[in-house]
Design a protein around this ligand. Structure first.
Ligand SMILES: *Cc1c(COP(=O)(O)O)cnc(C)c1O
Length: 402
């Protein structure tokens, strides 16, 4: 059997939606992006959503919108995809990495300890589709002593008057924290619609804007949209209308808008997302049924009293093994035709961050999680036979090294 890790979900409706765009005469940012933004606000309940061309560019946009620059600090977990940190570096600011909990999410105690007068943003990551402890995080940034420490030096920072919580929700569309959908749990949430994510536009991202009362979310949507389109007063669609040729460039914006062609694919997916997510959930339950009965396996948390995962990844861990043994297991599993992955190589192990002085020894839980982790395939097209085969192969891999 050959089982890929995460092939995109494409059915006839999705193809028809993309073809419709191709035939419409309009392929870049226009009506389909608007429709996808509307679908996201309806799914999540967040007031405004802005389509962009990736999570990464969306994060850079939001950090720039907030005025984050050299000398500022942004707190992130050490255990995430490197884009979380790179977006901060691209603004000239310093990513301050903190360790994670056993459940892979950022440790709120360590997050609090890392706050300094230079901290402008905290960026928690909803690993595998399990949201962070936002109750604790929101409480920390609204704490009177923490607010006193905050020193705003941009208009938006003064308007907020405290640290911004920007969720890296690349994995968590459809997840819930205390009944609140991902997209509404913090000030700003960004989804990734990259090819392997739960909802995909091939490449893309969505910025969910849920700022407190000192902001008008619709105004911030308009401003961020300008940020995504070179700071230009008229988008290409408006300019294409009769008499619409005149425009102005208001500031040095980015060029990170989502094309309609991509949004079309996302529309086809998001309209059936509840079904797609239910299929992911069923696969996660199947894995759990098998691995929970094995004393060597450590199953990921799918839900607790506060959180419900949307099962973007199935991050299995093997108890008591070394990084080397995990690698051996992966070699065997791959040899049996099953594509697996590791999420993630903690950032302090990667060259760019090592050269900046980050040290893996400072993040022991992140290393522990990483060295025992194997991400198993999880996607709607996966059959029960395939899941059973994957389980058997993983068990055999464990027996080989045990
Ligand atoms: C995929 C991913 C990103 C980056 O998303 P892009 O849309 O590819 O920019 C960021 N953070 C995490 C945790 C991711 O998994």
């Amino acid at each position: 059997m050959k089982i890929p890790f995460s092939p995109p979900f494409v059915n006839e409706e999705i193809i028809a939606e993309v073809v419709d765009t191709l035939k419409s005469g309009w392929i870049t940012t226009g009506p389909k992006v608007k429709l996808l933004e509307k679908e996201v606000t309806e799914l999540t309940g967040c007031p405004e959503a802005l389509g962009v061309n990736s999570w990464t560019s969306g994060a850079i946009l939001v950090l720039k919108w907030f005025g984050v620059k050299a000398g500022d600090e942004v707190i992130i977990p050490a255990y995430t995809y490197s884009a979380t940190a790179l977006s901060v570096l691209h603004c000239g600011a310093t990513p301050v990495m903190v360790d994670v909990l056993e459940d892979f999410t950022i440790d709120p105690v360590k997050l609090k300890a890392a706050i300094t007068p230079r901290t402008k943003v905290v960026m928690p990551v909803d690993f595998a589709g399990l949201m962070c402890n936002y109750e604790a995080i929101n409480e920390i940034i609204k704490d009177a002593d923490i607010i006193k420490m905050f020193s705003p030096d941009s208009e938006k920072q003064s308007q907020l008057g405290r640290i911004l919580v920007l969720s890296d929700a690349a994995h968590s569309i459809g997840a819930k924290f205390k009944g609140i959908q991902s997209g509404c749990a913090t000030d700003i949430t960004i989804f990734s619609f990259h090819a392997v994510k739960n909802v995909t536009t091939a490449e893309g991202g969505m910025i969910c804007i849920n700022l407190p009362e000192s902001f008008d979310n619709a105004d911030e949507y308009k401003l961020m949209r300008l940020w995504s389109l070179n700071g230009q007063t008229k988008d290409a669609f408006t300019k294409s209308l009769a008499g619409g040729w005149k425009y102005d460039i208001l500031f040095a914006g980015l060029k990170v808008n989502m094309p309609d062609l991509c949004a079309a694919m996302g529309l086809g997916q998001i309209r059936m997302y509840h079904q797609l997510m239910a299929e992911r959930n069923a696969i996660a339950k199947n894995y759990e049924q098998f691995f929970a009965a094995r004393d060597w396996a450590f199953c990921p948390l799918l839900e607790d009293e506060q959180r419900t995962s949307c099962n973007h990844l199935y991050a299995l861990r093997i108890k008591g093994i070394t990084e080397d043994q995990r690698d051996q297991m992966i070699e065997f599993i791959t040899g049996q035709g099953v594509a697996v992955n590791v999420h993630f190589i903690p950032m302090p192990m990667l060259t760019v961050f090592k050269e900046l002085g980050y040290r893996m020894e400072d993040y022991p839980q992140a290393y522990k999680n990483y060295s025992a982790e194997i991400s198993l395939p999880i996607y709607p097209q996966l059959t029960e036979e395939e899941v059973a085969y994957i389980c058997a192969v993983v068990e055999q891999a464990y027996k080989n090294i045990a």
